[in-house]
Structures are given as structure tokens and as C-alpha cells.
Design a protein around this ligand. Sequence first.
Ligand code: HPA
Length: 278
Amino acid sequence: MNYEETTQAAAFIADATGFDTHDAALVLGSGLGDYAASLPDAVVVPYADIPGFPVPQVVGHGGSLISAPVGDGRILILSGRVHTYEGWEMDEVVFGVRAVIASGAKRVMLTNAAGGVNSSYSPGDLVIIDDHLNLTGRNPLLGANDDRLGPRFPDLSTVYTPRLRAELAKVFTDVGITPYEGTYAWFLGPTYETPAEVQMGRTLGADLVGMSTVPEAIAARHMGAEVAGISLVTNLAAGISPTPLSHDEVTETAARAKETFTAVLDAYLPIFVSGSGV
Ligand code: HPA
């Protein structure tokens, strides 16, 4: 997918939502897709209507783009995402994030369900992503670079903007939860990791393991957008958990954590959208 397809999608989004520009974007991960339904005055655009947009197939994922007023601006919410493990190409995996940035979003919040590697975490905890490990050997920027999207060799010194992390930490504290920060290791999936892989991740500095987010974070930074990330620990990672892992456990924990997740987003999104800080 190239620059032209991205700008075409952005033009369609402007037309379908009735808004030429949006300030920020939010990607909702596994089991978290309901959040957008709670926002008043939202305009919903099914992914299937947007030219070039890949449509998710995983249980627990929606498949629509929502435009909503938040605070003194507007947000685009990607409810549901496509994953590399479903067989999508890298440029398809990052298409949605590129389209919302081309629609004006200067900040992108990525959320996901993840396995907890750090022994401080319990299922249901939210963790602010402070950095990532790309353990897949894949990268959405492989191939010829389109300079209209971003530079050939993007700097990834601060993928997850320190200012946004600090704002999130304050919001976590305000809503009464521990402001955990952690490093997210991207595994390809669709298998959950083996205990040995989780130990490897731990040795390398991972606090969380999951199957998404990293390609979108890379594509967003490539385009110059700022990135924030929140993982919901839906389970302890393999070998740390005393029980086998299941997707049902992931969606059940996500459902239980909905209230906290909603409280964090309700408190933070107006700040995130305005870009003015706390
Ligand atoms: N591993 C990878 N992805 C996940 C996990 C996990 O343990 N939990 C939720 N998504």
C-alpha cells in the first residue's frame, strides 16, 4: 500500500465523517473494541466501506472507524485491527494507522491485550508501554521507502513519547491504579509463546508479550506522529501462568477490566486530543 492509497483513504474518511481533519487517533485492541460505543455524537464508518482498508476477522474485534468529538477536538478510533498472524501483509497491518495520520492525527494511542511477563503484574492490570522489542524479524518499512510518508531510517530512540507516558502515569494515579510502565515484546503468533520464549523475552527486557502494536508504532513514528501505548494484561504469560492460555481467558479478562480501561480513556483522551498536556 502506498502513499496514494493512504491519501485516498483519508479523503474518503473526511467525506464519510464530514470532518476534514482529526487531531488524534486511538486503536482499540482485543476485547476493548466496545469503548467507542460509549462516545456521544460518534460517526461510524465500517472498514469495509473505506477504499483499501483491510477488514479484521478475529473474534472480539470490531471493524469500524469511529469519528467523535472529544474535549476541544476530534478523535478517530480504529475499533479492531488486523494482525500479521492472519496472513496480512505488513503494509496492510499498518494501513489503518497510516490512514488516520493522513487524516490529521498527530498522536496515536495504541492499545492491546498482552501476556504479563513482569512478576509485578496481575491479570486485569493496565501497563503504559515504554518501549518495545521487535522479535519477529518483520518491519512495516521493509522495501522501497516512500519519502512522502517518512524518512528511510527513522529514529526509534523514543517510540512512545515520554511526555505522553508521563501524562498517562498521572491519569493512572488519578483513577486509582498503579502507573506500571513496561516494555512490550512483539511475537508473531498465532500460537501463544512457549515458556522458553517467555523466559527469553524476560531475559531480553520484556515485561509484556503480544502479537500487535509494534508495526503500527513503527509506521506512526515513520510518519512523524507521536505514539502512546497501553497494554491490558489479560493473562500471565506462558510458563508464568499456572494454567494453559486461551483466547477466552483473554476476552474474559478484557471484559472485567472494561471499567478501569474506560475510566483511563475518559480521563485521558481530552488531554491527548488537545495535545496541551496536564
Ligand atoms: N501472548 C501473546 N499475545 C497475547 C497474550 C500472550 O500471553 N495474551 C494476550 N495476547
